[in-house]
Design a protein around this ligand. Structure first.
Ligand code: EPZ
Length: 422
């Protein structure tokens, strides 16, 4: 297993390009199960989650090739519709194959994804939506088995105790594209990744309106054709690099960032003293004065994204005063607190809220990555800490960031990847 060694205290300067969005690429890859012909996904990032889904799709009869510009996917046989547990458990978003398999083949068997470090990851809303479209659902030795001769359009509510569901909305959208008649989804997720998926499906011949708003309508069609599509830039990677610039008091141009996808993030960072200037097709980020304490609550899009909560917390550790961070999407998503405490952070968790007592400084230490975004937060803390930080189990980071250490080193960070003996 690899680890990172970071010497803190270097100000980041220069320009970094944002990769394609992992969370747009994954459902769009699943949507290729619906297509006749080749689908080309330009800008699909080469991260572990994408590689894991590629392995699963190959088992489901899809040929997946990595090309210069991205991925090329083509359905070559429809024999196997069973997504096995040992593949699904490695990457929860594999559950996105459920809707397209059901719509394209009339059946699917997909292992229940189980939980992960950020909390239980139920799929009850996904299943309620598929049932509303006429699917028969069974649970057998940990697998979900769904069947339907032809799905029928329906009015479906996708709200749950934490708002809508992103991959649940993706699943129902994809299933509804080939259903008979009209489907209306109420309380659909509004994330830019959902809009990107809808644009991809419409380019294939689907008839989806209202994507990006809580009410979405899908008119069923008979078939969908393979197309070429460029996935949107990764707003979470862009936000991570904005915070990297701010936490090191640097000045970084983040090219390819879609600020219109990041208004809550830009608003919060500006509030706490980060300078963010729009610059042709991206943003220039710096912070010349101290970080002001703040309070932030994670919410469904367009609210502040839960996937940047840990990274912002790392920055708030340097604020001159106390901040409050409330996690409304995954109330247990605070794995990073104990590791940051090893670096001198003083954070107290009270249920879904964390009180960040601005220590004003962080000190390097050996720490362990626990989940994708918590690990990114530890990298950010290491960049700002005095001395050396060693982060083990960086495979967590490789799930969602393309060669993050190379991108940071190109900005002047002193960060090295070394392979740990097993
Ligand atoms: C997507 O996960 C993202 N993953 C997550 O990013 C992101 O944190 C999350 O949306 C929220 O924005 C991908 O897009 C691949 P949800 P998803 O279904 O779809 C509850 C990352 O770091 N819920 O929107 O799995 C659920 O427990 C990852 O890139 C139900 O109760 O999240 C959670 O509390 C981590 N029942 C809330 O809803 C359901 O059937 C939001 O979950 C489904 C979800």
């Amino acid at each position: 297993m690899d680890k990172f060694i970071i010497q803190g205290g270097r100000r980041l300067r220069g320009e970094v390009a944002v990769s394609g969005a992992k969370n747009a690429t994954l459902p769009i890859m699943a949507a290729c199960l619906l297509a006749d012909g080749d689908c080309r996904l330009l800008g699909a990032p080469d991260v572990t989650d994408v590689r894991h889904l590629s392995v699963l799709l190959e088992e489901l009869g899809v040929e997946v090739r990595r090309e210069e510009e991205g991925l090329c996917l083509r359905v070559i046989n429809r024999e196997n519709s069973h997504a096995r547990y040992d593949l699904v458990r490695k990457m929860r978003a594999s559950v996105c194959v459920l809707g397209p398999l059901l719509a394209a083949r009339g059946c699917a068997r997909v292992a229940m994804p189980g939980g992960c470090a950020i909390g239980p990851r139920p799929i009850d809303i996904h299943l309620r939506g598929l049932e509303a479209l006429g699917a028969e659902i069974d649970l057998k030795s940990g697998d979900i088995i769904v069947k339907a001769k032809r799905l029928k359009g329906a009015e479906i509510f996708l709200g749950g105790p934490f708002g809508s569901t992103v991959t649940g909305t993706a699943n129902i959208m994809m299933a509804a594209t080939l259903a008979e008649g009209r489907t209306v989804i109420e309380c659909a997720a509004c994330e830019p990744e959902i809009v990107d998926l809808a644009n991809f499906l419409n380019a294939m011949g689907a008839r989806i309106t209202g994507a990006g708003a809580p009410r979405m309508t899908i008119e069923g069609v008979d078939n969908l054709q393979g197309i070429t599509h460029r996935v949107i830039p990764d707003r979470i990677e862009a936000g991570t690099f904005m915070i990297a610039a701010a936490i090191t008091n640097g000045e970084v141009k983040i090219s390819g960032a879609r600020l219109d996808h990041m208004m809550a993030v830009v608003d919060k960072l500006r509030q706490i003293g980060v300078i963010i200037e729009a610059d042709d097709g991206g943003a220039i980020v710096s912070s010349r004065r101290g970080i002001t304490p703040s309070d932030v609550t994670t919410q469904p899009y367009p609210g502040f994204p839960t996937d940047l909560q840990a990274q912002l917390m790392a920055l708030l550790c340097l604020a001159g005063g106390n901040s409050i961070v409330t996690e409304k999407i995954y109330p247990d998503r605070f794995m990073h607190i104990s590791e940051m405490a090893r670096m001198g952070a003083n954070i107290r968790k009270e249920g879904p809220t964390a009180l960040v007592l601005g220590a004003g400084r962080l000190v390097g230490a050996p720490v362990m990555a626990g989940d994708l975004r918590a690990s990114a937060a530890l990298v950010l803390a290491g960049l700002a800490a005095e001395g050396t930080t060693t982060i083990s189990r960086v495979y967590h980071i490789d799930r969602g960031y393309e060669r993050i250490e190379e991108k940071l080193a190109a900005l002047g960070a002193d960060i090295k990847r070394i392979s740990e003996k097993e």
